[in-house]
Design a protein around this ligand. Structure first.
Ligand code: ATP
Length: 241
């Protein structure tokens, strides 16, 4: 089977994630996609909800899609989770399956800051998906790509001459770049709307919105010790890959 792996903080999961993965599943002919909510770092961040909530919201979101499954591999143990461990564990658990690690352009750019990125790029095939406010050429200086080999394809994607471009990583693994329906939704923006008491309708599934409201998630978290206004808390979350 060809299995997509889509990790994230999913804090909360939204239609930007869900639609992107549904499109990439079809574009790349995946048999299944595992959604993997990240663990919860020991050092609390002020607006990262607990892993159990993020897991449940992800489970609610994927329940009606037979191709989607949520795994608790990263969030069942307390503490920070790392993609390198997740990919190694999945490879060991499913030795006959072919894995495709799905990342937005922003996440692929961040990859050098993750734990053991050189290992990561050897553990799976890769799929990099478009994300509003980023262009594919933003990845040209990635240390895991050969710029001469990818430049023309990335320019064609940015110029909308094609919606898919296949190449390879320096590790020898394949990398597929694909352009999808652009949905300019971020969890950061959703959290801000919720803190400001504004509607998040049509940005995420109705059941997730109900879950957030009934559990009182994403209200101002002064008690977690960091200042809500100004900083996004984003950097701390991104470092948990
Ligand atoms: P935050 O705003 O809290 O950083 P996020 O919306 O970026 O959250 P993550 O859970 O960090 O969501 O993202 C998981 C993955 O989904 C990443 O690879 C990211 O690039 C991708 N992604 C997130 N939002 C979108 C979107 N609107 N379109 C395409 N890809 C997205």
């Amino acid at each position: 089977m060809r299995i997509g792996i889509f990790g994230g903080t999913f804090n909360p999961i939204h239609f930007g994630h869900l639609r992107a993965v549904e499109e990439v599943r079809q574009a790349v002919d995946l048999d299944k996609v595992f959604f993997i909510p990240s663990g919860y770092p020991a050092l609390k961040t002020w607006d990262l909800e607990e892993a159990s909530h993020r897991y449940r919201m992800t489970a609610i979101s994927v329940k009606d899609n037979p191709y989607f499954e949520v795994l608790d591999i990263e969030c069942r143990v307390p503490g920070r989770s790392y993609s390198v461990d997740t990919l190694s564990e999945l490879n060991a658990q499913y030795p006959d399956e072919e894995f495709f690690f799905i990342l937005g352009i922003d996440a692929f750019i961040d990859l050098p800051e993750w734990r053991m990125p050189e290992e990561i790029i050897g553990l799976s095939e890769f799929i990099v998906i478009s994300r509003p406010q980023y262009s594919f050429m933003d990845v040209i200086s990635s240390p895991y790509l050969n710029p001469e080999a990818v430049k023309e394809g990335l320019l064609r994607l940015d110029g909308k001459e094609t919606s898919i471009f296949r190449s390879s990583l320096r590790s020898g693994r394949s990398i597929i770049f694909t352009s999808l329906t652009q949905m300019d939704i971020s969890a950061t923006a959703i959290r801000k709307l919720l803190r400001d008491g504004k509607s998040v309708k049509y940005l995420l599934p109705q059941d997730v919105e109900s879950y957030i409201i009934s559990n009182g998630l994403y209200l101002a978290r002064i008690e977690r010790g960091q200042k809500p206004e100004g900083g996004s808390g984003l950097k701390q979350q991104k470092q948990s890959h």
